[in-house]
Design a protein. Structure first.
Length: 239
């Protein structure tokens, strides 16, 4: 039986880290050969730095995010009958993890299926992953913009998003996506977002909407290159 394949998050960034590491390594070797250790030391230092960043990135995208999201979803103590939405679901890592915790509920995934955001990102790939994980009967996929979701008001008990909203440009679009998440969330429903860089802005926006919102770092397992590109969890409930 085939296993789900989730690819790599933001492949251009991962490729950039890898190339930077190799270029610095080559520069260091040439520097040693032509000018001695003083000339070659600094490029080698940066080669090690970029190599370490690449390894952290690979761990986050291939292992870390799965472990972290598993703990986050377990902490929600889902009943199993919820209707859930994953905004920017990509190849389905979090979407499928949610669906695995449902019994009579259903998990919807919305995405524009851009390969720049995730390698091999395509609706057919996500559907195949859901089938491989044995949850295709509980998963629905929609091609949709997070800033204009095609769902009625108060459709979902849970809305999640992982490393997706920050891809929206400009910043005003990210705030529209948050408003859309609140629109489709039922009273008492929960919104849980893991993202980088812009997470504090999400909290500020949600607090301005009158929602009690928590913000907490997700730790080294979701460092996309280092602590300066760390994922943060934003959580709130709709009154």
């Amino acid at each position: 039986m085939s296993r789900p394949r989730y690819g790599f998050d933001a492949p251009p960034f991962l490729i950039g880290l890898t190339i930077a590491s190799l270029l610095m390594l080559a520069a260091g070797i040439i520097g040693f050969a032509l000018g001695g250790w003083i000339v070659g030391l600094w490029p080698l230092f940066f080669a090690v730095y970029f190599a370490a960043s690449t390894l952290l990135y690979l761990h986050a995208t291939r292992r870390g995010k799965f472990a972290v999201w598993g703990e986050v979803l377990d902490g929600l103590a889902l009943r199993g009958d919820e209707h859930a939405l994953d905004m920017g679901c990509g190849r389905g890592a979090v979407l499928i993890a949610v669906a695995q915790r449902l019994t009579t509920g259903r998990a919807s995934g919305a995405d524009l299926w851009r390969s720049a955001d995730q390698s091999g990102n395509a609706e057919k790939v996500t559907r195949a992953n859901a089938e491989a994980a044995g949850v295709s009967g509980r998963v629905r996929l929609d091609t949709a913009d997070m800033t204009a979701l095609p769902y009625p008001d108060e459709s979902f008990d849970l809305v999640v998003s992982s490393l997706a909203i920050h891809n929206i440009q400009p910043a005003a679009g990210r705030l529209r996506a948050l408003d859309e998440a609140l629109r489709v969330l039922r009273p008492g429903g929960r919104l849980v977002i893991a993202d980088i860089n812009a997470a504090p802005d999400y909290r500020t926006h949600l607090v301005e909407r009158g929602l009690s919102t928590t913000l907490r770092p997700l730790g080294w397992r979701m460092w996309y290159g280092g602590p300066w590109v760390a994922a943060t969890l934003v959580s709130t409930s709709k009154p």
